[in-house]
Structures are given as structure tokens and as C-alpha cells.
Design a protein around this ligand. Structure first.
Ligand SMILES: O=C(O)CCC(=O)C(=O)O
Ligand SMILES: [Fe+2]
Length: 331
């Protein structure tokens, strides 16, 4: 009896080891939904590559749409490769609407959008060191935005050759100074530097919360932070949000661009927390993605649980189109 039982245990252990070997050897598990394949990024706490999206036919493919929605909330960043030629700005708007209401005013008037970058001290320092005239720089970017003939829901994110600053440099969460912060954002590459330049970095704020020291957690949980655009719009949000639909996981919700203070932060933790995030590419590389771009590529991110940062390491014109899903009030 004992021998028989023992033998069965060995067989089970053997089977599990064998399965582990195959799973390990075959890499991440790809899931296929009506021609759309979702492959989680290996060795990362977030991110998935998506192949086979035909934006013209996906609207009739409810299984694929549901799975993409689920994948976005689970993996936080989806990189859509080789999206079909039909990826017009109008199709981008329609596709984004599949993830929730798209607010044409979400991006705000161009002046708001392009002003805020001047508050990034490093960017300003670098631009001034390069002899920039900040006023004319700002003007040229506003002109670029206003000359657009795109649908109102699409924000052009442009860096002209002559611009010394790029929109979105430095870790940030889009529009976190609003009361309802955008849930998802969608960025489409239109004009690009050579591959490997102009990457966009993403940081996983679920992983960040898991990894900050326990005594920080005890201090920060339950506190509110003030987020401000420096131009009159501001909101208070919880430092730790937990409104993830899948499991209510906690996520660290302060960012260098817009968080000005934590209410009741007697231990002055905000600075240390922002430093922790800044240092994530070195200390927590598995919780960071550096997404490189190719023509026709589209990226969607969960703007509640990630931060991102544009990398302005190129000298040519770059143009991206952004659409955003209206947000909910964080809790
Ligand atoms: O251009 C990029 O890589 C990202 C810009 C950005 O921050 C945004 O579109 O929200
Ligand atoms: Fe951004």
C-alpha cells in the first residue's frame, strides 16, 4: 500500500517537473483570439506583444476585443505589431472607443499640453544649455498642434527637428491633475527616428508598490497626494490606488511631473518615493519596458497603474498620435 502510494507520488512529481520543463522551454504562453495573438513579455512584470490585429475587422470580433481589454488590464502595456494599413486616425479613435468613452477634451487645449513640459527642471536646464529660446520653442509646438486636420479626439505628439524638448520626457502619468484620470491611452507611430531611438519607457506601479520598504507602506497607505499641472488644475488622489478590476491590486500613484505633495507627509517621503521610481530602470529592470517603435505600430497602456517617459535621444522629426479613454476618479 505504502509502496503503491509512494510510486504514485513519484509519478505526479515527475509529471509536474516535466510540465515545468516544457513550459520553461516553450517560453511565454501565446493566446490566440480570432487571429489576434497575445504574448506576455518574458522576464517582465508587465507588457505583452500583440500580433495579427486587423483594425478594420476587429470590431466584429467580440472575443478578440474582450481578450484585448482583459490583456490590457492584466499586462498594463500592449504593443501592437504590424497593425494593418487601415490604421487611419479615424480607425484609431474607433478602436480606442472599444475600451471606454474617448473624451475629445481629455487632452485639453494645446497650450495646456505643451506648456507642462517646461516644468521639468532637467528638460529646461538642457534646453537652456543648448541655447534654447523657451518662448519660441513653445510657440512652434503649439503651432504644430493647431495646424492638425485630425479628428478632435487625436492629440498630435510632435518633436520637430528644431525643438530641443520632447513632449512627455520624464516619468509621468498622463493628466493625473484631473479629478478623473484617464484609464487607458493609445499611441500610434506616424513618423519615426531610426529603430532604437525615441523609445518610450514604461514603469509598473503595481511592482513599485510591492517593492517599496514596508515602513514606507505603513506611512503612505491611506494618504492623499496633491497633483497639479502648475496652470490652475489640481486634484487630490490616494497615494495607493486599488481600483484594478482584476483583483484590486494596489498600485503606487504619485509621479514626478504632477505630484506636488502628500498630505500629512511628516516623514517627507514624497522625495524618496519619486527617487525610487526614477531609479527603477537600474534597481528593478524587470518592472520597466523600453518600447522601441516601428512604422504602423500602436501601443496602449493602462494609465492608472503605469508611468511612462519619452526618450528624446534623436535628431529628426518624430510624430505620434495619441487618443485617451476618459478616466474614473481613483480610489
Ligand atoms: O512620445 C512618446 O514617446 C510618449 C509621449 C507621452 O508622454 C504621451 O503621449 O503621453
Ligand atoms: Fe504622457
Amino acid at each position: 500500500m505504502f509502496i503503491k502510494h509512494f510510486g504514485a507520488d513519484i509519478a505526479v512529481v515527475g509529471l509536474v517537473l516535466l510540465m515545468g520543463f516544457f513550459i520553461k522551454e516553450s517560453g511565454p504562453v501565446a493566446n490566440k483570439y480570432g487571429g489576434v495573438t497575445i504574448i506576455p513579455m518574458q522576464g517582465k512584470t508587465m507588457g505583452a506583444d500583440v500580433y495579427g490585429l486587423n483594425i478594420a475587422s476587429v470590431f466584429d470580433n467580440h472575443t478578440a476585443l474582450y481578450e484585448l481589454f482583459h490583456a490590457l488590464e492584466t499586462h498594463l502595456v500592449l504593443v501592437f505589431h504590424n497593425v494593418s494599413d487601415s490604421l487611419t486616425p479615424e480607425a484609431q479613435v474607433l478602436f480606442t472607443k472599444m475600451f471606454g468613452p474617448v473624451d475629445p477634451l481629455m487632452s485639453g487645449p494645446p497650450e495646456y499640453i505643451y506648456n507642462k513640459q517646461f516644468r521639468s527642471p532637467e528638460a529646461v536646464k538642457r534646453a537652456l544649455a543648448n541655447g534654447a529660446d523657451l518662448n519660441s520653442l513653445q510657440e512652434s509646438m503649439i503651432r504644430a498642434a493647431a495646424s492638425s486636420v485630425l479628428p478632435r479626439e487625436v492629440t498630435r505628439v510632435v518633436k520637430e527637428v528644431s525643438d530641443l524638448l520632447a513632449f512627455g520626457e520624464g516619468w509621468h502619468t498622463d493628466l493625473s491633475f484631473n479629478k478623473g484620470t484617464p484609464s487607458f491611452a493609445c499611441l500610434v507611430a506616424r513618423e519615426l527616428p531610426p529603430v532604437g531611438q525615441g523609445n518610450t519607457g514604461f514603469a509598473d506601479m503595481r511592482a513599485a508598490w510591492k517593492r517599496v520598504p514596508v515602513h514606507w507602506k505603513e506611512e503612505l497607505e491611506g494618504k492623499l497626494a496633491n497633483h497639479s499641472d502648475g496652470a490652475g488644475r489640481s486634484s487630490l488622489h490616494p497615494v495607493v490606488r486599488r481600483d484594478n478590476k482584476f483583483g484590486g491590486e494596489k498600485s503606487l500613484f504619485v509621479n514626478k511631473a504632477f505630484t506636488t505633495s502628500i498630505l500629512g507627509d511628516e516623514k517627507n517621503l514624497l522625495e524618496s518615493v519619486l527617487e525610487f521610481i526614477e531609479n527603477m530602470p537600474v534597481a528593478n529592470p524587470d518592472a520597466i519596458l523600453s518600447v522601441s517603435w516601428a512604422p504602423g505600430q500602436m501601443v496602449m497602456w493602462d494609465n492608472r497603474y503605469t508611468q511612462h517617459s519619452a526618450n528624446a535621444d534623436y535628431k529628426v522629426r518624430r510624430e505620434m498620435h495619441r487618443t485617451m479613454v476618459s478616466g474614473t476618479v481613483p480610489f
